[in-house]
Design a protein around this ligand. Structure first.
Ligand code: ADP
Length: 207
């Protein structure tokens, strides 16, 4: 079984950016958010259970979930969020495990799990936690630049995520993604790639 590195970080910290750099080293990156999206896409595997729990008013059309309505509901109702997670998390876990098995020959794989620290159950399912870190102000600027969200929108999302300190407290490894760095993100990824190969018992490769 491959070593599993859990890649996480706050919104806009640069998780996807870092994931692409690992992928460029030939590492398989499995994205929990993408799986979650697939599960709730048209006729997705979680759809029937979600409608059984929340009701048919959460469908836009047969087989199509009203994502905006559901997002609104779970944003303001912790019980509803717990219900939704009780449906989706086991399915996400199964899909992550299945996809990890399919790359069993790889020395290590990366599970990109944005809410790894928030949802405590994920922590014990990875061998190491890799946190992508930057100051909150940098997160806000990046997210506003890449989306239509206002500063207040981004702050509201960040308020629902754990603090920078809480995330760093559980990190085994950290990538500093501040923008003004001694070591570029690319270099940090290369160093970690070698470390993970070593930890996985695989010979180091490349420059
Ligand atoms: P996350 O996946 O953590 O939400 P992203 O990887 O999408 O964050 O990064 C947020 C935005 O900032 C993206 O537009 C991304 O291209 C940009 N970005 C992140 N890190 C860097 C970096 N080191 N250099 C340049 N752009 C970056």
């Amino acid at each position: 079984m491959a070593l599993v590195v859990g890649l996480t970080g706050g919104i806009g910290s640069g998780k996807s950016f870092v994931a692409r750099l690992f992928a460029a080293c030939g590492v398989s990156v499995i994205d929990a958010d993408y799986i979650a999206h697939t599960l709730t896409a048209k006729d997705g595997a979680a759809l029937d259970a979600i409608i059984a729990c929340f009701g048919a008013s959460y469908l836009i059309a047969p087989g199509i979930l009203d994502r905006a309505k559901l997002r609104q509901r779970v944003f303001s109702d912790a019980g509803a969020l717990a219900d939704l997670e009780a449906i989706t998390h086991p399915l996400i876990r199964d899909a992550l495990a299945k996809q990890t098995l399919s790359v069993a020959a790889a020395p290590y794989v990366i599970h990109m799990i944005p809410l790894l620290v928030e949802s405590g159950q994920w922590r014990k399912r990875v061998d190491r936690v890799l946190v992508v870190d930057c100051p909150p102000e940098t997160q806000i600027v990046r997210v506003m630049r890449r989306s239509q969200l206002s500063r207040d929108d981004v702050l509201a999302i960040m308020a629902r995520q754990v603090t920078r300190a809480a995330r760093l407290a559980v990190a085994d490894d950290v990538i500093d993604n501040y923008g003004e760095l001694e070591m570029t993100v690319d270099d940090q990824v290369r160093v970690l790639h070698q470390r993970y190969l070593y930890l996985a018992g695989s010979p180091a490769v490349g420059p």
